[in-house]
Ligand binder design. Structure first.
Ligand SMILES: [Zn+2]
Length: 329
């Protein structure tokens, strides 16, 4: 007999990842499929169903081997009722995801937002393994955050806890954010911010690798700024350093409130490594009282794009065995 396992789903605006996860948080098998965003909510559920069938065909599992399914969704949601209140990238409004999946699959379902799922994945079987108090930041097009207190996600009054991307970090002269305000963390320190910084910087130079890329393609990607910084390009290092400093001082402010054991930094920008982390940690140390930060470490994420799926499975793992036991160990 096969041991019982979980199914984790990481629903994104471009692709759906679905996988079998064992009770220790190890991913046994994954599938990926494009998200049929334009076809709408019910078509996404149909793709979930097809993917689950394929998962079983390829692994000889059946529904009776599945303890439950957890899903991470890029959305504001009522996580207790399992209702997606708003998912801008998917054009979903007030959809009863948990209820619909329970009806479809007849196993327990848990849902949470994608940034919280990523934080839980890193706690269960990633960079924050074993920690009870953790902040996880995902640096991508935007900035997602998840706050874990006492081994479980802290949701706050209406599920908005951890929405760190819209903390104001620049009170004057900040860029406009799609939230309608200015100087948010994600307009100043995300991949999008790196691109905008790079585009501004190349205007003032006549040569160099960033300028060459801009002349060739008409734009600059965050990935290439990260790579060029690692290769020693001065302008790219300057751009990443600025982002690191903003993140470091912002994380220090979060630490005064939460005193975490671990701060995990993930997402594409975190792949910059030392070029990002050195100025980040320096700015952090300049802004924090040593006493407050003596038990806090700042480390890169470990699970990469598997964090969301792992954490989604943890949601059902917690339901299965209780949150105190469920945290990584
Ligand atoms: Zn904002």
């Amino acid at each position: 007999m096969k041991p019982s396992v979980y199914i984790g789903i990481d629903l994104g605006g471009t692709s759906i990842k679905m996988g079998l996860v064992d009770q220790l948080g190890n991913i046994l098998y994954t599938l990926e499929s494009p998200t049929p965003v334009k076809a709408g909510y019910h078509q996404v559920l149909a793709v979930f169903s097809q993917m689950a069938e394929k998962l079983f065909q390829n692994n000889k599992y059946e529904w009776k081997d599945i303890i439950g399914v957890g899903a991470g969704v890029p959305a504001f949601l009522d996580q207790q009722k399992g209702i997606v209140i708003e998912a801008v990238n998917l054009s979903w409004n007030h959809v009863p995801l948990k209820e619909d999946l329970e009806r479809m699959w007849k196993v327990p379902i848990m849902v949470d937002n994608d940034a919280n799922a990523a934080a839980l994945g890193e706690m269960w079987n990633g960079a924050g393994k074993g920690a009870s108090h953790l902040i996880c930041l995902t640096l991508g097009t935007g900035i997602g955050g998840g706050v874990i207190i006492n081994g479980d996600i802290y949701h706050g009054a209406n599920g908005s806890a951890g929405e760190v991307g819209h903390m104001t970090v620049r009170h004057q002269g900040g860029r406009s954010c799609n939230c309608g305000r200015k100087g948010c963390l994600e307009t100043e320190a995300s991949a999008t911010a790196i691109v905008l910084d790079a585009l501004e910087q190349v205007k003032g130079v006549s040569s160099g690798p960033l300028k060459e890329e801009y002349d060739k393609t008409g734009t600059i990607t965050a990935k290439s700024v990260v790579q060029l910084a690692q290769q020693g390009d001065f302008l790219s290092i300057e751009i990443i350093t600025k982002v690191g400093r903003i993140l470091g001082s912002t994380l220090a402010q979060m630490c005064y409130l939460l005193n975490p054991e671990v701060i995990v930094i993930g997402g594409g920008v975190a792949l910059a490594g030392k070029v990002l982390f050195d100025p980040l940690i320096q700015a952090f140390n300049n802004a924090i009282l040593p006493r407050v930060a003596e038990n806090t470490s700042i480390i890169p994420a470990k699970l990469g794009n598997r964090a969301g799926l792992t954490g989604a499975a943890w949601l059902i793992h917690r339901k299965n065995i209780g949150s105190r036991e469920a945290k990584g160990s």
